[in-house]
Design a protein around this ligand. Structure first.
Ligand code: HEM
Length: 434
């Protein structure tokens, strides 16, 4: 069989990081983000890095980011990912017409009036978390802030899915979700072996999902009224594609997408406030409890946290066909990594980017206007479905916790772990002093 060299699309060659530099980085056992930061610094906002046989294209320039995610999403598609063994064909991984139909069904539930249905549940989960924090303050008990944020975020999404608060049995079983997410980057590339390595956890997750689906089908709505699961079951009445398998996949997708991200963000927020206590004081002084001014200031804290640590720190895509990106030639099949983490810390876009300064988001004109410059929730048609949900749950929790409690950390993580999401790289034990 003969092979033909494919003609390159017209355009300049993407500058590539010196392979010797990649070799030194490998020897050092450095973090991927360090290598990417180096590539951006040396080569600019569209740079090639050879991690395997073919170069990966790193995209941090805001116009190029916008091109990939928002203007030409048909040319840069999601590729099949290991996370599929957890989330299956759910909306986060689906592509093409199936994705479009799945997204359309859920979209209305996460915007405008559709969001109102979840607000009471979010407030319920925040009150439960606040009651636990009141108890920690009374007893002086050491607790882990990251675990607490995970509990809250899981409770919030579980109430929204099922109409029931999270019970301790389900919470225990759903620890398997975090275990699989944490294992994903190091699982074998072979799908069958990867699945085998986390088979027990997947079985536990499937069992929880099956119970929740059966309960929603048989018992109707929970005490908080119908949830997203009921929306999916109703869809199944008229649409044959909503099989129990797809409903399971959507349920697990919403659990995964909807809690690891928010929990990580809220944990970072507490750590950043520990280092920047004046930001906390300023947010609380912005207005009375429940006032729009206070809410705006709390949203500023969340946005500035997401600028520092966008949970989805890289957004992977694959070039579906040859393209021109910022004047550079991109060949079909190229792996493209958009990196919000580096865009958010670009000194050409952000003044003094390493400074925690929530006022960037509360003072008009202080943040770059370019839509590709700040994208913790992604941009374009595949942007986060849960943006409003995440912002409401984060600010409502802060409304409940910040005025009454300041965690005193016993120890703080030394840095970040860059896996599927960017998380603190260690435990976050703390006490509350009221
Ligand atoms: C701070 C919290 C959150 C962050 C930073 C975040 C971030 C993101 C990002 C960056 C994407 C786009 C990924 C890409 O383009 O490759 C995304 C997609 C998605 N997010 Fe979120 N997310 C958060 C919370 C949530 C919540 C609370 C939910 C659900 C309740 C949710 C559901 C989804 C779903 C379903 C998608 C897939 C959308 C699609 O592909 O059409 N997210 N999220």
């Amino acid at each position: 069989m003969t092979t033909h060299a494919r003609p390159s699309p017209a355009g300049r060659r993407i500058p590539e990081l010196d392979p010797a530099e990649v070799g030194r980085w490998r020897e050092r056992g450095g973090e991927l983000v360090e290598l990417f930061a180096r590539a951006r610094e040396e080569l600019g906002g569209v740079a090639a890095v050879r991690l395997g046989p073919r170069p990966t294209v790193l995209v941090t320039d805001p116009s190029a980011v916008r091109h990939v995610l928002a203007l030409r999403p048909d040319r840069y598609v999601k590729r099949s990912h290991r996370a599929r063994l957890l989330i299956g064909d759910g909306v986060l991984a689906a592509t093409g017409d199936a994705w479009q139909r799945q997204r359309r069904l859920l979209q209305g539930r996460f915007t405008g009036p559709g969001m109102r249905r979840w607000e009471g549940r979010i407030a319920g989960a925040a009150r439960t978390a606040a009651a636990r924090w009141d108890a920690y303050a009374r007893t002086g008990e050491v607790f882990d802030v990251g675990d607490e944020m995970r509990r809250f975020a899981l409770d919030t999404i579980w109430r929204s899915l099922t109409g029931h608060p999270l019970d301790t049995g389900t919470e225990r079983e759903l620890a398997a979700v975090a275990a699989v997410v944490a294992a994903l980057p190091s699982l074998p590339a072979d799908g069958v072996r990867a699945r085998g390595a986390v088979a027990d956890e997947l079985a536990r997750i499937d069992a929880v999902a099956a119970l929740a689906i059966d309960a929603a089908r048989d018992g109707g709505a929970g005490p908080d009224g119908p949830g997203l699961l009921h929306v999916l079951l109703e869809a199944a009445d008229t649409r044959p594609e909503y099989t129990d398998d797809l409903i399971r996949d959507e349920l697990v997708t919403l659990l995964v997408a909807g809690h690891e991200t928010t929990a990580g963000t809220l944990t970072w927020l507490h750590l950043l406030l520990d280092r920047n206590p004046e930001a906390r004081a300023r947010a609380l002084a912005a207005g009375a409890p429940g006032s729009p001014e206070r809410r705006n200031a709390l949203q500023g804290l969340v946005h500035e946290t997401l600028r520092f640590y966008p949970s989805a720190w890289i957004l992977p895509r694959s070039a579906a066909r040859d393209d021109l990106l910022a004047g550079y030639a991109v060949e079909a099949g190229t792996d493209v990594l958009v990196c919000p983490y580096l865009t958010h810390r670009d000194p050409d876009l952000w003044e003094d980017p390493e400074r925690f300064d929530p006022a960037r988001f509360t003072t008009p004109g202080r943040r770059p206007a370019h839509p590709g410059a700040y994208l913790p929730f992604g941009i374009g048609p595949r942007a986060c479905l849960g943006l409003r949900f995440a912002m409401v749950e984060s600010t409502v929790l802060l409304e409940h916790l910040l005025p009454a409690h300041t965690p005193r950390f016993r120890s703080v993580p030394t840095g970040a772990a860059y896996g599927i999401t960017v998380r603190p790289d260690g435990p976050t034990p703390a006490t509350l002093t009221g």
